[in-house]
Design a protein around this ligand. Structure first.
Ligand code: MFK
Length: 166
């Protein structure tokens, strides 16, 4: 079957570390939905350096965590990371695009089990990640004054409308 048409997904908010276009220290992930997966192409650069010439594990982890945050648009529920495990299978060179693909593996009540794979231009999978996200309601963010902002992320994102118009 042909690949589904990619659909552009909006950043969580302009200052998000993972995807915010206005965060000068951010990774600036540009994310698309492909069917039941979300996909981003990231090229780590010298700002993300760990060992010389290689991406820092924390930068890779942040990219995976944020990409999992885009699966929430597909699930259409607010959730936060409870656990995140990254399997660093091979060093990730700076300056080479890597495609990270994430999806919901399964759901059990409030528990969303997510999985991701990061693959280089040579086809080698250099890292994988698994996460447990727990659904929360908007009040989770209220003590930090962000409940309205989080609600807006999910209200303004209308995946079905976008699908029809793309
Ligand atoms: C949301 C908008 C997107 C924003 C951008 C996305 C950015 C990317 C995502 C992130 O970085 S989120 C930020 C980092 N994460 C956090 O700040 C979360 C901090 N942790 C918490 O706030 C609480 O620990 C949490 C809300 C996750 C859970 O607290 P709760 O009191 O609601 O749940 P509880 O600990 O009682 O566990 C609920 C259920 O999960 C189960 N559970 C908890 N930890 C588990 C575990 N490790 N493995 C398996 N099950 C687990 C637990 O047994 C229980 O099962 P039952 O419902 O069956 O009783």
């Amino acid at each position: 079957m042909a690949d589904p048409m990619p659909i552009s997904l909006p950043p969580h908010h302009p200052q998000c570390l993972g995807c915010g276009p206005d965060n000068p220290a951010g990774l600036h992930l540009d994310v698309h939905r492909h069917g039941d997966t979300v996909v981003t192409d990231i090229t780590f650069d010298p700002r993300h350096r760990g060992a010389p010439g290689l991406a820092h594990g924390g930068a890779i982890s942040a990219a995976c965590d944020d990409l999992f945050g885009f699966v929430l648009y597909l699930v259409e529920e607010v959730a936060v990371t409870r656990t995140l495990t990254v399997n660093y299978l091979a060093p990730v060179p700076l300056g080479q695009p890597h495609r990270i693909t994430a999806r919901l593996q399964h759901r059990h009540g409030r528990r969303l089990h997510l999985e991701a794979t990061g693959t280089g231009p040579d086809g080698l999978t250099r890292f994988t990640a698994e996460a447990l996200f727990l659904t929360v309601d908007h009040n989770h963010f209220a003590p930090h004054g962000a409940d309205t902002e989080v609600q807006a992320m999910f209200t303004h994102h209308q995946p079905h409308d976008r699908e029809h118009h793309n």
